[in-house]
Design a protein around this ligand. Sequence first.
Ligand code: BTN
Length: 242
Amino acid sequence: RKAIIMQSTPSTQGEVQQLADEGVSEGAVVLAEEQTNGRGRYGRRWYSPPGKGIWMSILLRPQQSLRNTPQLTLLTGLAVCRAIRSFTGVDAGIKWPNDVLVNGRKICGILMESALEDHELRYCIAGIGVDVNFDKQDYPEELSPIATSLQIETGKTVDRTLLAAAILTELEQLYDMYQKQGFNVIAALWEALSVSLHRDIKVSNAHGIVEGMALGIDSSGALIVQKKDGERITVFSGEISL
Ligand code: BTN
Protein backbone atom coordinates (compact mmCIF):
# COMPACT_ATOMS: atom_id res chain seq x y z
CA ARG A 1 0.00 0.00 0.00
CA LYS A 2 1.06 3.53 -0.72
CA ALA A 3 2.38 5.61 2.21
CA ILE A 4 3.71 9.14 1.92
CA ILE A 5 5.41 11.12 4.67
CA MET A 6 5.59 14.87 4.15
CA GLN A 7 7.39 17.63 6.00
CA SER A 8 4.59 20.16 5.64
CA THR A 9 1.25 20.39 3.84
CA PRO A 10 -1.89 22.50 4.26
CA SER A 11 -3.86 19.33 5.14
CA THR A 12 -3.23 15.61 4.66
CA GLN A 13 -6.94 15.35 3.72
CA GLY A 14 -6.25 17.32 0.53
CA GLU A 15 -3.23 15.16 -0.30
CA VAL A 16 -5.26 11.96 -0.05
CA GLN A 17 -8.13 13.48 -2.01
CA GLN A 18 -5.71 14.13 -4.86
CA LEU A 19 -4.41 10.55 -4.72
CA ALA A 20 -7.98 9.22 -4.63
CA ASP A 21 -8.96 11.21 -7.68
CA GLU A 22 -5.90 9.79 -9.46
CA GLY A 23 -7.31 6.33 -8.78
CA VAL A 24 -4.93 5.17 -6.04
CA SER A 25 -6.19 2.07 -4.25
CA GLU A 26 -7.66 1.71 -0.79
CA GLY A 27 -5.36 1.97 2.21
CA ALA A 28 -3.16 4.75 0.84
CA VAL A 29 -1.97 6.94 3.70
CA VAL A 30 -0.38 10.37 3.97
CA LEU A 31 1.33 11.58 7.14
CA ALA A 32 2.75 15.05 7.73
CA GLU A 33 5.11 16.44 10.34
CA GLU A 34 3.13 19.67 10.21
CA GLN A 35 -0.15 20.93 8.72
CA THR A 36 -0.44 24.62 8.01
CA ASN A 37 -4.21 24.49 7.50
CA GLY A 38 -5.34 21.42 9.46
CA ARG A 39 -9.10 21.00 9.41
CA GLY A 40 -11.50 19.85 12.11
CA ARG A 41 -15.19 19.05 12.13
CA TYR A 42 -17.67 21.86 11.50
CA GLY A 43 -15.10 23.87 9.55
CA ARG A 44 -12.93 24.39 12.61
CA ARG A 45 -9.16 24.58 12.43
CA TRP A 46 -7.04 21.74 13.79
CA TYR A 47 -3.83 22.88 15.43
CA SER A 48 -1.07 20.73 13.89
CA PRO A 49 2.38 22.05 14.87
CA PRO A 50 5.55 20.27 13.61
CA GLY A 51 6.65 17.11 15.40
CA LYS A 52 3.98 17.18 18.11
CA GLY A 53 1.38 14.82 16.77
CA ILE A 54 0.23 12.25 14.29
CA TRP A 55 -1.47 14.06 11.45
CA MET A 56 -2.60 11.47 8.94
CA SER A 57 -5.27 10.62 6.40
CA ILE A 58 -6.24 7.24 5.00
CA LEU A 59 -8.14 6.40 1.84
CA LEU A 60 -11.04 3.95 2.19
CA ARG A 61 -13.11 2.53 -0.64
CA PRO A 62 -15.79 0.61 1.24
CA GLN A 63 -18.03 -1.87 -0.57
CA GLN A 64 -20.95 -0.73 1.55
CA SER A 65 -23.15 2.13 0.49
CA LEU A 66 -23.18 5.77 1.46
CA ARG A 67 -25.42 5.39 4.47
CA ASN A 68 -22.70 3.43 6.20
CA THR A 69 -20.21 6.27 6.61
CA PRO A 70 -21.27 6.89 10.23
CA GLN A 71 -20.24 3.31 10.95
CA LEU A 72 -16.79 3.93 9.46
CA THR A 73 -16.48 7.04 11.59
CA LEU A 74 -17.08 5.05 14.77
CA LEU A 75 -14.78 2.29 13.57
CA THR A 76 -11.90 4.75 13.06
CA GLY A 77 -12.30 6.28 16.52
CA LEU A 78 -12.38 2.80 18.00
CA ALA A 79 -9.16 1.86 16.19
CA VAL A 80 -7.32 4.90 17.56
CA CYS A 81 -8.66 4.37 21.07
CA ARG A 82 -7.62 0.71 21.12
CA ALA A 83 -4.17 1.48 19.71
CA ILE A 84 -3.56 4.23 22.28
CA ARG A 85 -4.63 1.92 25.11
CA SER A 86 -2.49 -1.01 24.05
CA PHE A 87 0.54 1.03 22.99
CA THR A 88 0.73 3.44 25.94
CA GLY A 89 -1.48 1.91 28.64
CA VAL A 90 -3.35 5.21 28.93
CA ASP A 91 -7.04 4.81 29.85
CA ALA A 92 -8.53 6.36 26.71
CA GLY A 93 -12.27 6.36 25.98
CA ILE A 94 -14.49 7.40 23.08
CA LYS A 95 -17.00 10.21 23.16
CA TRP A 96 -19.71 9.76 20.54
CA PRO A 97 -19.23 9.89 17.67
CA ASN A 98 -15.47 9.67 17.67
CA ASP A 99 -13.43 11.97 19.85
CA VAL A 100 -10.88 10.08 21.91
CA LEU A 101 -10.65 11.43 25.45
CA VAL A 102 -8.25 10.91 28.33
CA ASN A 103 -9.26 12.21 31.77
CA GLY A 104 -12.06 14.19 30.16
CA ARG A 105 -9.80 15.99 27.69
CA LYS A 106 -9.56 15.47 23.97
CA ILE A 107 -6.44 13.68 22.73
CA CYS A 108 -7.59 12.76 19.23
CA GLY A 109 -10.08 14.01 16.67
CA ILE A 110 -11.34 12.31 13.55
CA LEU A 111 -12.63 13.90 10.38
CA MET A 112 -14.43 11.60 7.94
CA GLU A 113 -14.95 13.09 4.52
CA SER A 114 -16.62 11.33 1.63
CA ALA A 115 -16.79 11.97 -2.06
CA LEU A 116 -20.05 11.29 -3.81
CA GLU A 117 -20.89 10.78 -7.45
CA ASP A 118 -24.53 10.41 -8.51
CA HIS A 119 -25.40 9.82 -4.84
CA GLU A 120 -23.05 6.86 -4.80
CA LEU A 121 -20.17 6.79 -2.36
CA ARG A 122 -16.92 6.83 -4.30
CA TYR A 123 -14.49 6.94 -1.40
CA CYS A 124 -13.96 8.11 2.18
CA ILE A 125 -10.98 9.86 3.67
CA ALA A 126 -10.42 9.14 7.34
CA GLY A 127 -8.43 11.98 8.89
CA ILE A 128 -6.83 11.28 12.25
CA GLY A 129 -5.16 13.85 14.49
CA VAL A 130 -3.52 12.62 17.69
CA ASP A 131 -1.79 14.95 20.15
CA VAL A 132 1.30 12.95 21.03
CA ASN A 133 4.24 15.00 22.28
CA PHE A 134 2.70 18.31 23.29
CA ASP A 135 3.86 19.91 26.54
CA LYS A 136 1.32 21.91 28.53
CA GLN A 137 3.00 25.11 27.28
CA ASP A 138 2.67 24.04 23.66
CA TYR A 139 -1.08 24.65 23.66
CA PRO A 140 -2.60 27.99 22.79
CA GLU A 141 -4.78 29.46 25.52
CA GLU A 142 -8.10 28.30 24.07
CA LEU A 143 -6.97 24.66 23.83
CA SER A 144 -5.15 24.20 27.11
CA PRO A 145 -8.27 23.56 29.24
CA ILE A 146 -9.80 21.06 26.82
CA ALA A 147 -6.89 19.25 25.15
CA THR A 148 -4.25 16.83 26.35
CA SER A 149 -1.44 14.77 24.84
CA LEU A 150 0.08 11.36 25.42
CA GLN A 151 3.26 13.00 26.72
CA ILE A 152 1.28 14.97 29.28
CA GLU A 153 -0.64 11.86 30.35
CA THR A 154 2.31 9.44 30.53
CA GLY A 155 5.12 11.83 31.49
CA LYS A 156 7.23 10.43 28.63
CA THR A 157 7.74 11.16 24.98
CA VAL A 158 5.95 8.64 22.81
CA ASP A 159 7.31 7.26 19.52
CA ARG A 160 5.00 8.67 16.86
CA THR A 161 6.08 6.23 14.15
CA LEU A 162 5.34 3.16 16.23
CA LEU A 163 2.03 4.57 17.45
CA ALA A 164 0.98 5.47 13.89
CA ALA A 165 1.82 1.90 12.84
CA ALA A 166 -0.22 0.51 15.75
CA ILE A 167 -3.21 2.68 14.73
CA LEU A 168 -2.99 1.50 11.12
CA THR A 169 -2.75 -2.16 12.15
CA GLU A 170 -5.75 -1.79 14.45
CA LEU A 171 -7.72 0.04 11.77
CA GLU A 172 -6.95 -2.64 9.21
CA GLN A 173 -8.06 -5.44 11.53
CA LEU A 174 -11.31 -3.73 12.50
CA TYR A 175 -12.06 -2.75 8.90
CA ASP A 176 -11.50 -6.33 7.80
CA MET A 177 -13.79 -7.58 10.57
CA TYR A 178 -16.40 -5.01 9.53
CA GLN A 179 -16.32 -6.03 5.85
CA LYS A 180 -16.61 -9.73 6.74
CA GLN A 181 -18.90 -9.75 9.78
CA GLY A 182 -20.78 -6.48 9.61
CA PHE A 183 -21.16 -3.63 12.07
CA ASN A 184 -22.58 -5.38 15.14
CA VAL A 185 -19.26 -6.72 16.37
CA ILE A 186 -17.70 -3.26 15.91
CA ALA A 187 -20.61 -1.66 17.78
CA ALA A 188 -20.05 -3.96 20.76
CA LEU A 189 -16.33 -3.12 20.90
CA TRP A 190 -17.16 0.57 20.54
CA GLU A 191 -19.70 0.50 23.37
CA ALA A 192 -17.15 -1.13 25.67
CA LEU A 193 -14.84 1.89 25.30
CA SER A 194 -17.49 4.59 25.22
CA VAL A 195 -17.47 7.27 27.89
CA SER A 196 -20.79 8.71 26.75
CA LEU A 197 -23.21 5.86 27.44
CA HIS A 198 -25.54 5.39 30.43
CA ARG A 199 -25.19 8.95 31.58
CA ASP A 200 -26.88 12.27 31.09
CA ILE A 201 -25.69 14.13 28.05
CA LYS A 202 -26.58 17.12 25.91
CA VAL A 203 -26.57 16.73 22.16
CA SER A 204 -26.40 19.78 19.93
CA ASN A 205 -26.88 19.58 16.21
CA ALA A 206 -28.63 21.39 13.37
CA HIS A 207 -32.01 20.56 14.95
CA GLY A 208 -31.22 22.15 18.30
CA ILE A 209 -30.23 20.83 21.71
CA VAL A 210 -31.57 17.64 23.29
CA GLU A 211 -30.93 16.48 26.84
CA GLY A 212 -31.23 12.91 27.98
CA MET A 213 -29.53 9.65 28.75
CA ALA A 214 -27.40 7.97 26.07
CA LEU A 215 -28.48 4.33 25.86
CA GLY A 216 -26.35 2.94 23.07
CA ILE A 217 -25.77 3.01 19.34
CA ASP A 218 -28.00 1.42 16.76
CA SER A 219 -27.07 -0.67 13.74
CA SER A 220 -26.37 2.44 11.66
CA GLY A 221 -24.01 3.97 14.22
CA ALA A 222 -26.54 6.57 15.41
CA LEU A 223 -26.80 7.40 19.12
CA ILE A 224 -29.97 6.35 20.95
CA VAL A 225 -31.02 8.91 23.53
CA GLN A 226 -33.81 8.67 26.07
CA LYS A 227 -35.19 12.12 26.80
CA LYS A 228 -36.39 13.22 30.25
CA ASP A 229 -40.02 12.68 29.19
CA GLY A 230 -39.23 9.07 28.32
CA GLU A 231 -39.27 9.48 24.54
CA ARG A 232 -36.48 7.67 22.70
CA ILE A 233 -34.83 9.42 19.82
CA THR A 234 -32.06 8.55 17.40
CA VAL A 235 -29.32 11.11 16.82
CA PHE A 236 -27.40 10.81 13.57
CA SER A 237 -24.97 13.67 13.94
CA GLY A 238 -23.94 16.38 16.31
CA GLU A 239 -21.75 17.03 19.30
CA ILE A 240 -22.36 15.93 22.83
CA SER A 241 -21.34 17.42 26.14
CA LEU A 242 -21.04 15.20 29.17
C1 BTN B 1 -12.09 17.13 14.88
O1 BTN B 1 -12.05 16.65 16.00
O2 BTN B 1 -12.69 18.20 14.66
C2 BTN B 1 -11.39 16.41 13.75
C3 BTN B 1 -9.93 16.72 13.66
C4 BTN B 1 -9.22 15.95 12.54
C5 BTN B 1 -7.76 16.35 12.37
C6 BTN B 1 -7.03 15.49 11.38
S1 BTN B 1 -5.28 15.76 11.37
C7 BTN B 1 -5.11 14.84 9.89
C8 BTN B 1 -6.29 15.20 9.02
N1 BTN B 1 -5.99 16.39 8.23
C9 BTN B 1 -6.77 17.42 8.58
O3 BTN B 1 -6.71 18.55 8.06
N2 BTN B 1 -7.63 17.06 9.55
C10 BTN B 1 -7.45 15.66 9.93
